[in-house]
Write a protein that binds this ligand. Structure first.
Ligand SMILES: C[S@@+](CC[C@H](N)C(=O)[O-])C[C@H]1O[C@@H](n2cnc3c(N)ncnc32)[C@H](O)[C@@H]1O
Ligand code: SF4
Length: 491
């Protein structure tokens, strides 16, 4: 248990997220009176003070009433970050100060420094937009946000690769996300809002009707604007019958036209849903990019995580897709799956090398609340941060060797080893939708259960989210409301 006492500010959320980087599984309790700390466990006390010389922050950490560390920083108002915003500078200053104390008492390292957000590359875009050069940006990331040098270099590199797709910004351009929230079974680690296709079989036709209706209404709402990319994700879109998916894709073309769509992706995902007829239908519908996701090429792990397919099925689906003519195939892997160590990831990469996909997305396992893994994780030995990093280093070297460049990156809560997820692509084969969705520089309109629309306002450089409901029955009953929410903001 870690008690936290903040004085002079109320950045509770940010302080909690930072402490979680160092103490993954500890309960964190905020107290509002110092006497509430009984002397047992850890107390982290942070005090913000203002005086005529400037703004300062001091952090003390006690263990069983004994002082373990004490740090202060001064002149917080002069911190140089991407925004000239005093509140943001104060938050950064407090986090820097707490970070300095936590690093002294914890064995965990924090490669992402004080950054706890999902989209670190966004900061680099803002700094480049302000005209800073690479050296200045690197210095802010490394000295102010305390990123390790390799992470700072990585996000600068990714940002530079993304810019040709993002700029010039266009208020009238948008992407479409279509959610198909069905899967053959639920994987051990997954908490995405998705339903078992066999259990909810009876609802698939009704869902298709409602979804096609929502897509139609979105085309009306977005009249006069230009569609750029389409992403059909889930769940597992190929888990539903071929005729339903065919109808959904055809409706997109019917309502938005063919001409402006520069990219259409279908996250086929699970090899146990991929067969010749399905792939031929996708190809006929001009789908240019599909995912065939191994997660791992080790059969014992596939069984353990409930994927219900083996590595041979992955290889078979992959070659079938090649035979049918797909020339951009993405493969998702997860590093840190239960029971996997360095040799397992090496074996997976050896098998992926033979396939040579154009895109590879490396996720680090995130222990999601709501996943079966979270409730049963005591059964599994979680790998240390050092091993996770070594496994990731293998994937980084592998990507380089395969001429796959990192082109988008995001972080998640409860991610093992404080790491990240990275999308790699061969030159020119980047998924534009992934960049737009991650960097939030273009409107994404989402249809279907669990889809989150994000309206981008370039002049203010901000987005507004409009989430659709996350339950199937709610979505079926409230489709009209989901459409109206979007109409209100977008029309
Ligand atoms: C929305 S899922 C859909 C993919 C598709 N249904 C499949 O399973 O192949 C997208 C990807 O997120 C990743 N993912 C899901 N849950 C995760 C977790 N808890 N930790 C790390 N990666 C995760 C997996 O690699 C998965 O392929
Ligand atoms: S990982 Fe994919 S197949 Fe597995 S439950 Fe999540 S969305 Fe479904």
């Amino acid at each position: 248990m870690i008690y936290v006492y903040l004085k002079g500010h109320d950045f509770e959320y940010d302080v909690r997220e930072l402490i979680k980087v160092f103490f993954f599984n500890e309960d964190i309790v905020f107290i509002h009176n110092e006497e509430e700390y009984t002397g047992n466990n850890i107390l982290l006390k942070n005090v913000l003070t203002y005086n005529k010389y400037g703004i300062s922050s001091t952090t003390m950490i006690y263990m069983d009433n004994k002082l373990l560390s004490k740090n202060s920083i001064t002149n917080i108002q002069d911190i140089k970050i991407e925004k000239d915003d005093l509140k943001k500078k104060i938050k950064v200053g407090i986090k820097q100060n707490i970070y300095d104390s936590l690093i002294e008492i914890s064995e965990t390292s924090a490669p992402w420094g004080i950054l706890t957000g999902i989209r670190p590359v966004k900061i680099v875009h803002t700094l480049l937009d302000k005209g800073l050069d690479e050296e200045e940006i690197f210095s802010i990331l490394n000295n102010q946000y305390k990123l390790f040098k390799d992470k700072a270099k990585l996000i600068i590199d990714i940002c530079k690769r993304q810019r040709k797709y993002i700029y010039p910004l266009d208020e009238n351009r948008f992407s479409l996300y279509v959610s198909i929230p069905f899967c053959p079974t639920r994987c051990l680690y997954c908490s995405f809002p998705t339903c078992s296709v066999s259990k909810y079989d009876d609802f698939v036709d009704e869902y298709t009707d409602r979804l096609v209706y929502e897509i139609n209404q979105i085309s009306d709402i977005m009249k006069g604007k230009t569609i750029s990319t389409v992403y059909i994700g889930g769940g597992t879109p190929t888990a539903i019958p071929m005729k339903n998916l065919d109808r959904i894709i055809k409706s997109i073309y019917e309502y938005f036209g063919y001409d402006n769509i520069v990219e259409i992706t279908v996250e086929a995902g699970r090899p146990d849903t991929i067969y010749r007829g399905m792939l031929e239908m996708l190809k006929k519908n001009n789908v240019g990019r599909i995912s065939i996701n191994p997660q791992t090429m080790n059969d014992n792990t596939l069984k353990l995580i409930g994927r219900e397919h083996c590595s041979k099925d992955i290889v078979k689906s992959y070659y079938l897709a090649r035979e049918i003519g797909f020339d951009v195939i993405n493969m998702d892997l997860i590093v840190g799956l239960p029971s996997e160590g360095i040799n397992d990831i090496k074996n997976t990469l050896k098998e992926i090398e033979k396939l040579d996909p154009e895109n590879l997305t490396i996720h680090t396992l995130s222990v999601k609340r709501g996943s079966k893994f979270r409730s049963t994780m005591d059964k599994y030995k979680i790998k240390s941060q050092r091993i996770i990093d070594e496994m990731l280093e293998n994937t980084r070297e592998f990507a380089k060797y395969m001429n796959l460049q990192p082109y988008y990156l995001y972080r998640q809560k409860q991610i093992l080893g404080n790491m990240e997820n990275i999308g790699y692509a061969k030159e020119g084969k980047e998924c534009i939708y992934n960049i737009m969705m991650m960097e939030e520089k273009e409107t994404v309109v989402a249809a279907g259960m669990g889809g989150v629309s994000k309206i981008f306002y370039p002049k203010e450089n901000r987005i507004e989210r409009i989430p659709n409901v996350k339950s199937l029955k709610e979505y079926l009953g409230r489709t009209e409301e989901m459409i109206e929410r979007k109409r209100n903001l977008l029309s």
